[in-house]
Design a protein around this ligand. Structure first.
Ligand SMILES: Nc1ncnc2c1ncn2[C@@H]1O[C@H](COP(=O)(O)OP(=O)(O)O)[C@@H](O)[C@H]1O
Ligand SMILES: [Mg+2]
Length: 304
């Protein structure tokens, strides 16, 4: 039986759904934490050591979670994923995709460069500069959001409405990420989450936040959404620009009624989406992942 690794520290519902979906296709999937992976170089044996795969590396690696830590620890975790890919093992989404999307600054840069609509954004490590940019924007009557560069689930995202809010302008670990607030004329605060697999938008939901923050983790309620032309195209474009096998794209409508991409997630949750669309997301991901994993001849796995 071929063996797959699901990279996670917290398998939970998503891990179980993936394991079941792989099992139905005849694959055994083991959970592996990146904290239990090592590089052992210049001696006999497999250069990448993964707990549970002592006798040979997996046939494919599905990334469901990269733990936090010091800069060196996170680089080590990503190095493991880079190394596996270099050894010829399919990694889904790979370390490059995770790096490009976990870092909101790089996501914004790549989207802007590719001409995918996304709000005006400033990233600077300098206090006085951030203050000058924010003052200028707020005095001009434009609102701002300030986000942790490596944030998720709406944590630490703040809104500045007027110059009186400048005291709330904070750096995250020494870097300011400022983004123009997307205003619209909708009666209720909401955004859209589109799930894209293998380049195709596969399902969408509208998330109605309790406040202007529309994350499910912040209590937003979800409704199934239709993939109207622009929503589908922009989500697919965003995932293509970030070179991901699959992704969750957050979009909002601006005051002119046009969609703009807020964020792209390389390790998106899908419980909310599945609950409103009925789509078996794990099954579709498993099918796509296995298409992405060609049969690996044993000799491709580097045992010195
Ligand atoms: N520029 C913006 N204008 C208006 N609302 C925003 C903006 N950026 C983020 N939000 C709101 O905050 C939520 C969280 O922001 P997001 O960039 O997706 O970070 P996270 O990784 O924490 O989900 C979004 O889902 C959206 O509801
Ligand atoms: Mg988000």
């Amino acid at each position: 039986m071929r063996r797959l690794a699901i990279i996670t520290d917290d398998p939970g519902w998503h891990g179980a759904r993936l394991t079941d979906a792989f099992g139905r296709r005849g694959y055994h999937a083991c959970y592996v934490s990146l904290t239990r992976c090592r590089l052992y170089l210049g001696q006999p044996g497999i250069p990448v050591r993964m707990s549970g795969f002592e006798n040979g590396l997996p046939d494919g690696v599905f990334v469901r979670g990269v733990p936090g830590g010091s800069l060196e620890q996170v680089v080590h975790y990503l190095n493991i994923l880079h190394a596996l890919k270099r050894l010829g093992i399919p990694v889904y989404n790979d370390a490059g995709a995770v790096e490009r999307s976990v870092d909101k600054a790089m996501t914004s840069f790549l989207l802007q460069q590719a001409g995918v609509p996304t709000p005006a954004t400033w990233v600077t490590p300098t206090n006085s500069e951030a203050l000058a940019i924010a003052s200028d924007e707020l005095r001009g009557g434009r609102k701002l959001v300030v986000k942790p560069v490596f944030g998720s689930q709406g944590q630490g995202v703040r809104k500045l409405d007027t110059v009186d809010d400048l005291g709330r302008l904070v750096a995250s670990n020494g870097v300011f990420y400022l983004q123009r607030f997307v205003e619209n004329t909708l009666a209720e605060s909401c955004d859209w989450r589109v799930f894209v697999i293998n380049g195709k938008a596969d399902g969408a939901m509208r998330r109605f936040g309790k406040s202007w923050l529309n994350n499910v983790a912040q209590g937003a309620r979800c409704e199934v959404a239709s993939l109207d032309g622009d929503l589908k195209k922009l989500a697919e474009d965003a995932v293509a620009v970030l070179e991901m096998n699959y992704g969750g794209v957050d979009l909002m409508l601006d005051s002119r009624g046009r969609y703009t991409v807020i964020e792209v997630n390389s390790i998106p949750a899908w419980k909310g989406l599945e609950s409103v669309t009925g789509v078996d997301v794990a099954d579709r991901l498993a099918a796509d992942f296995l298409r992405f994993c060609p049969a690996l001849p044993e000799e491709r796995i580097a045992i010195l």
